[in-house]
Design a protein around this ligand. Structure first.
Ligand code: PLP
Length: 358
């Protein structure tokens, strides 16, 4: 069966070589005579798979030794609650830069005092507001940002300076897409289903000094210190998702790691933005210096024409390109696994569609 180019925002396309390896190993992994899905998470063979995935993640993300990597469940949404339950004692600062950023902030309000210190909400989330050290509240336990806003197509191009206050980042939609200095963050978390692997896994990278004072009513599954103590296996982990994520990390390494994929991601996104900027049909509403390299939203300005675009694109093997309902139009999510050929095919289709519908 022919595979399509899948521009979904998440769960998203996975690298073909990873799927092929998973397919090859589906029925019997190594000499075990069983699928990874059938293994006890306490078995020697599975623990090797788990540790291999963790080590590969640490290598590709260049995680310093004083950070723990947790493989958890509950999605990024689970961490919207886990972050305040582990860290919020006095107050916390949030930047409201999109739907998920807003959701993280609203969730934290259940657990204590929350300050919105920067927002682009009134401007339709079309840019990333600056955060400067003087904006950070004196008693803030942490500052929370969302490094890439999946729905609106914006991204932070530099890491905000927050002094001694730990910076917590939801990196769900741009983790592993560009080089990141992990030491600038207290906590990084991400749902897996975009650049990491299949849904079901949530990665949390946490600086050693931060776990250990979760509020007493924090469910034990969300208590980072307990998860650190139990090597992320307080209960059954998402075994198969972790195995496939491990294959994705090794695939990324084989391409030259994050540094190499960052260059490809720059090229892929520039291809679409250049086309949009030079077109009289398509428009991207994001401030140019805040554009995402992972999610490229665009509109024609005519809802019927947008619908026609989505339909005809799908007929040409370019699927899941409909924009989020909050924004409308189209959105091309071009995570690491989307090959440049897929982006070129989309660009060709866009040009053809513009000619036919000008
Ligand atoms: C930036 C961001 N944060 C959080 C989420 C929610 O993630 P999950 O479904 O893993 O809870 C998403 C999902 O698309 C996202 O893009």
């Amino acid at each position: 069966m022919d595979r399509v180019y899948n521009f979904a925002a998440g769960p998203a396309a996975l690298p073909l070589p990873v799927l092929e390896t998973a397919q090859k190993e589906m029925l019997a992994y190594g000499s075990t005579g069983m699928s990874v899905m059938e293994m006890s998470h306490r078995s020697k063979m599975y623990l090797e798979i788990f540790e291999r995935a963790q080590s590969a993640f640490r290598r590709v993300m260049n995680v310093p030794d004083n950070y723990k990597v947790l493989f958890l469940q509950g999605g990024a949404t689970g961490q919207f609650a886990a972050v305040p339950m582990n860290l919020l004692k006095t107050e916390a600062d949030y930047a409201d830069t999109g739907n998920f950023a807003h959701g993280a902030m609203v969730e934290a309000q259940k657990y204590g005092k929350v300050n919105c210190i920067a927002s682009s909400r009134d401007d339709g989330y079309t840019f990333i507001p600056d955060i400067t050290p003087d904006m950070v509240s004196e008693n803030a336990d942490y500052v929370h940002i969302t490094t890439n806003n999946t729905i609106f197509g914006t991204r932070y191009t530099s890491v905000p300076e927050t002094g001694k206050v730990p910076l917590v980042a939801d990196m769900s939609s741009n983790i592993l897409s560009e080089e990141v200095d992990v030491s600038k963050f207290g906590v990084i978390y991400a749902g897996a289903q975009k650049n990491i692997g299949p849904a079901g896994l949530t990665v949390v990278v946490v600086r050693d000094d931060l776990p250990g004072s979760a509020r007493p009513d924090c469910p034990k599954l969300f208590d980072w210190a307990l998860q650190v103590k139990n090597d992320s296996m307080l209960n059954t982990p998402p075994c198969y998702s972790i195995y496939v994520a491990g294959l994705c990390f090794e695939w990324l390494e084989s391409l030259g790691g994050v540094k190499a994929i960052e260059e490809i991601n720059k090229e892929k996104s520039a291809l679409l933005y250049d086309l949009i900027d030079n077109s009289s049909l398509y428009r991207n509403n994001v401030r140019k210096d805040c554009r995402s390299r992972m999610n490229v939203p665009f509109v024609t300005g005519d809802a019927d024409l947008d619908a026609k675009f989505v339909k005809e694109a799908a007929a040409n093997g370019l699927v899941n390109i409909k924009g989020h309902r909050l924004v409308g139009g189209m959105r091309a999510s071009i995570y690491n696994a989307m090959p440049i050929e897929g982006v070129r095919a989309l660009a060709e289709f866009m040009k053809k569609f513009e000619k036919e519908n000008a």
